[in-house]
Design a protein. Structure first.
Length: 172
């Protein structure tokens, strides 16, 4: 087993070059997110997404994007740590950084056969999601909604941890 995961973390231009070397019918999937505080929901989502493709590329939002989308106290883990977390999964083939608020331009560049989204996106009307979905379809891809059990979002987990810390500090 290769324990060095640094080779999985690539710049977008390098990922585009590698993607062009793959056959079009090669089932390449793309999953995108901040992946700040990894929850079991994230792990199940990525694992199940990987089962739907041959190569899973994971796009991780950079720190500035995470702050804009999640709030001034986020991300909890910096980009380098989040890349390491995602690259450590054996079922993830490559990890790239996304510097935009949505992954639509990256999707157009990489032309994944499948865009992986969580099942909570099925009825989403969020502009970023709609742009990503349109980009996937315009490049000949499709969207798969991965159902991976109960969802526990990082924001929810961070909020409950904060409340627990507040309660324990008020006891002292």
């Amino acid at each position: 087993m290769n324990c060095n995961t640094a080779y999985k973390i690539v710049r977008l231009d390098e990922m585009v070059r590698r993607r062009k070397m793959m056959r079009r019918d090669h089932r390449v999937g793309l999953a995108h997110g901040c992946f700040d505080v990894l929850t079991p929901s994230h792990v199940r989502f990525l694992r199940d997404a990987a089962c739907n493709c041959i190569n899973l590329i994971v796009s991780v939002s950079d720190d500035e994007v995470a702050r804009r989308l999640k709030g001034p106290d986020r991300p909890t883990f910096n980009l380098e740590d989040r890349l390491l977390h995602i690259a450590s999964f054996e079922f993830v083939t490559y990890v790239v950084v996304c510097y935009d608020d949505d992954a639509s331009e990256m999707i157009k560049s990489l032309a994944p056969v499948i865009l992986m989204k969580g099942h909570d996106s099925v009825e989403s009307t969020a502009p970023g999601f709609l742009l990503e979905k349109d980009a996937a379809v315009s490049t000949g891809g499709s969207v798969i909604y991965v159902v991976s059990g109960a969802q526990r979002h990082s924001s929810e987990l961070i909020g409950s941890l904060g409340q627990t810390c507040l309660r324990s500090s008020s006891v002292e």
